[in-house]
Design a protein around this ligand. Structure first.
Ligand SMILES: Cc1cc2nc3c(=O)[nH]c(=O)nc-3n(C[C@H](O)[C@H](O)[C@H](O)COP(=O)(O)OP(=O)(O)OC[C@H]3O[C@@H](n4cnc5c(N)ncnc54)[C@H](O)[C@@H]3O)c2cc1C
Length: 424
């Protein structure tokens, strides 16, 4: 099979794809470079290595140990968050931080230092990693934690897979009393209303997120605040996901379908409070397996940025630029990051507001729009999320990651990716 990124943008395949399932094995000696591939849920090219070697890590799928008192789980790096949930939710444990899909590996979650709807309380995934083993191409194995090889720990969390192969890791799970979530839903009209709702909700809710309709003449959306629910009220478990069996010959996402979807979503009946199973709350897109095929063979881009709250006016300019370009997005997700520091030198989260938008690949007009958006994000002192990126310039990446020079010495000389070759 050819390993691809989630955005399905055309890219030259790896020359050598190896299934990797033995954590005690040495890394292969290869002619070119190598890179770990988790479960391919990064939209862009951080997980691609065209013309060279990819080590498919899903074979590293064993659980190693669990401490029932502290919630510390040791497992191999190819274990999926989905597999952890299936085993530990019935025992009353949940992930401390989870991205918007449960089909990512532990190694991928660490390498991109992923974030969730609880960033304002819990920080990023790396904040809950106790330690891991890092295997380098020279055969050296390092145990990395905040106290041991701490500089390798901070380089590898959010290190985009460039410091070597994570073979196993220990993360701390959190207690829950049931599978249900209590969620409050509020429609808002305009960004000022979003920020007012968000400030109030962050003080009293663990999870907050908003969906915005960026095709409307003025940004409007739905704000959701959620908490795990104990005891009585039980939500119904979702059924088996639907699946898109093949890639249609053209994109099913166009101006018309986007506008219709966004309108319908905004105007759907919206109870002020719902009780729902955790899966649709955290992973609404996992309800349709391979939904990324909707965009057809040319694929799509996701553009996710963060800007400091003081520069949040940049959001207005960005949304206006998108509206003027007539290239819309459905499911634009708006969220604030809190001030819990991320442990990684290249971690994406920083205090501020982040927006993620999907765009069908229309080649030149789409790339021209991104150039305009980059200029606004850069002027606001923000940065782009590498896990979602396929096209940012090296200059922008280097300027917007102030700790890059501290990170560079930790790159394994035999590891690289399409992303690293483009931006470094
Ligand atoms: C629907 C959807 C929703 C998402 N929502 C969010 C979200 O809310 N928040 C968020 O932060 N992200 C989100 N993402 C992005 C996703 O969480 C990240 O891209 C994640 O890193 C993907 O993990 P993966 O296991 O698929 O790794 P891959 O995408 O295969 O690889 C990602 C990186 O990890 C490296 N890597 C993988 N395994 C190892 C290893 N064992 N050792 C060293 N390096 C390794 C790879 O080299 C690569 O650089 C979302 C993605 C999708 C598709």
């Amino acid at each position: 099979m050819t390993l691809r990124s989630w955005g399905q943008l055309p890219a030259q395949p790896a020359a050598d794809e190896r299934w990797w399932g033995d954590r005690s094995a040495a890394l292969p000696s290869v002619d070119g470079s190598m890179l770990a591939y988790g479960n391919g849920r990064s939209y862009g090219d951080v997980g691609l290595n065209s013309g060279a070697t990819l080590l498919h890590t899903r074979g590293l799928d064993r659980l190693i140990a669990f401490d029932e008192q502290s919630g510390v789980l040791a497992c191999e790096a190819g274990v999926l968050l989905d597999e952890i949930l299936a085993i530990f939710v019935p025992r009353g444990w949940f992930l401390p931080v989870t991205p918007g899909t449960r089909f990512v590996t532990i190694g991928g979650a660490i390498a991109n230092d992923v974030h969730s709807k609880n960033h304002h309380r819990a920080g990023s995934f790396g904040c809950h990693v106790r330690r891991f083993e890092l295997l380098r191409s020279d055969g050296c194995r390092r145990l990395c934690s905040p106290d041991e090889n701490a500089e390798w720990f901070t380089a590898t969390i959010g290190g985009l897979g460039l410091t070597g192969l994570i073979t196993w890791a220990e993360i701390r799970l959190r207690r829950i009393d049931g599978v249900s979530m209590a969620v409050s839903n509020t429609r808002f009209d305009g960004l000022d209303e979003f920020f007012a709702l968000n400030t109030a909700a962050e003080a009293s809710h663990e999870y907050t997120v908003a969906w915005i309709d960026c095709l409307a003449s003025r940004p409007r959306g739905i704000f959701m605040a959620g908490d795990h629910l104990g005891g009585g009220e039980l939500a119904v478990a979702p059924g088996k996901p639907l699946s898109l069996p093949l890639t249609p010959p053209f994109s099913l996402i166009n101006g018309l379908s986007l506008r219709a979807f966004n309108q319908a979503y905004y105007h759907r009946p919206l109870p002020a409070r719902t009780v729902t199973h955790y899966a649709p709350f955290f992973y609404p897109l996992d309800g349709i397996a391979r939904w990324n095929r909707l965009y057809g063979p040319r694929g799509f881009y996701q553009y996710q940025f963060v800007v400091p709250l003081a520069a949040r006016v940049a959001l207005v300019d960005i949304l206006a630029s998108i509206a003027a370009s007539e290239q819309g997005s459905f499911l634009a997700v708006l969220k604030t990051f809190g001030d819990v520091p991320s442990p990684g030198l290249l971690s994406f989260p920083m205090p501020g507001v982040t927006l993620a938008l999907d765009f069908p690949n229309r080649s030149a007009p789409t790339l021209a729009l991104f150039e305009r958006l980059d200029a606004i994000v850069a002027a606001a002192g923000g940065r782009l999320y590498a896990a979602k990126d396929t096209r940012m310039s090296g200059e922008f990446f280097q300027r917007s990651n102030p700790r890059l020079s501290e990170f560079l010495p930790f790159i394994d000389p035999k590891f690289s990716s399409n992303f690293s070759r483009r931006v470094l």
